[in-house]
Design a protein around this ligand. Structure first.
Ligand code: C5P
Length: 310
């Protein structure tokens, strides 16, 4: 059973002050893009996990892998026990690890959908989303795909009306960034700013301008409205990302932003050809490890039959 699952970028990421549980209340606009991992599950005599492709060596292959935890959580919820719950999980990665593209969350969402199908467990989308939210903040969106507003930790989702297709160049960093570290750095920067008398950040709220622009389907309107409250923290941890963002802007990107907690930079292009040109130019300029083009929105985790999405 093979499931294909997309990466995400955040078109808006508004971050409030940390709550008592250490998590930050968010308002975000998720957007699924056509950079996919594929996750295959097969019945096995004991749990096992193997990873091939992009950054494979950086991915744990034991129960600390979110996809493994997803399979276990689904088995529990569906009442699948003992030997019946053992699967071999094979992850074919194209989404870089710790990149701000929700690659680990994507694999977990794919494992949920794949095991639900393999075991004919019959859990509803809603039940899967509940298990997903317990695994990680971005996992429910990886199930849903498309373009959606996320609140809470990002797990409370409402589909967003977005017209047309958006073409992106994604510039991958030399190494990953820890999401927790980026949030911590963001808190430190905000505390320092508050200590020097700056206004505390407002409660996170949805950008109505961005939502209107998305409904228009015009990337030239959307580009200037992309925002990410975690960007200053990502830039302070990786100062050379400024050069990456500047290079994309110089080459006509309509918007240039760090994706999620970074270090991937996402550039909104005029069209597919411009996205391809941007990816080539960014790679050639030596401001990233590699670059790829992608388009969105695309659907979330989906079973593939005969190599095609069902
Ligand atoms: O939920 P997830 O495991 O993906 O989050 C990874 C880390 O990112 C958390 O441990 C937390 O430090 C931080 N985080 C946060 N506020 C959020 C989401 C994540 O502080 N809304």
């Amino acid at each position: 059973m093979t499931v294909r699952v997309p990466a995400k970028v955040n078109l808006q990421l508004a971050v409030g002050p940390a709550g008592d549980d250490g998590y930050h209340p968010l308002v975000t606009v998720f957007h699924a893009v056509s950079l996919n991992d594929e996750v295959t599950v097969r019945p096995a005599t004991k749990m096992a996990l193997a990873v091939t492709g992009e950054d494979a060596a950086a991915v744990p292959t034991d129960r600390s892998n979110l996809a493994w935890r997803a399979a276990s959580a689904l088995a529990k919820a569906a009442g699948v026990r003992g030997a019946d719950a053992a699967v071999r999980i094979e992850i074919s990665k194209r989404i870089p690890v710790a990149a701000g593209l929700a690659g680990g969350s994507a694999d977990a969402a794919a494992a949920l959908v794949a095991c639900n199908e393999l075991w004919q467990a019959g859990l509803s989308q809603r039940e899967l989303a509940e298990i997903a939210a317990a695994l990680g903040s971005d996992v429910p969106f990886s199930l849903m795909g498309g373009t959606a507003v996320g609140r809470g930790r990002g797990e409370q989702l409402t589909p967003a009306l977005a017209a047309g297709s958006y073409h992106w160049a994604l510039a991958f960093g030399q190494s990953g960034l820890s999401t927790a570290e980026v949030y911590k750095t963001s808190d430190r920067l905000r505390a320092a700013r508050a200590a020097s008398g700056a206004q505390p950040p407002a409660e996170p709220s949805l950008s109505t301008e961005l939502m209107t622009a998305l409904r228009s389907g015009d990337p030239a309107r959307v580009g200037p409205l992309l925002t990410n409250d975690l960007q200053p923290a990502a830039l302070s941890l990786r100062p050379d990302l400024r050069r990456t963002l500047a290079a994309g802007r110089e080459h006509g990107a309509l918007g240039a932003i760090v994706s999620g907690s970074g270090p991937t930079c996402a550039f909104l292009a005029r069209d597919a050809a411009h996205a391809r040109d941007l990816a080539v130019l960014l790679t050639g300029a030596g401001v990233c490890r590699a670059a790829a083009r992608a388009s969105g929105p695309v659907p979330g985790a989906m079973v593939m039959r005969d190599g095609r999405r069902s």
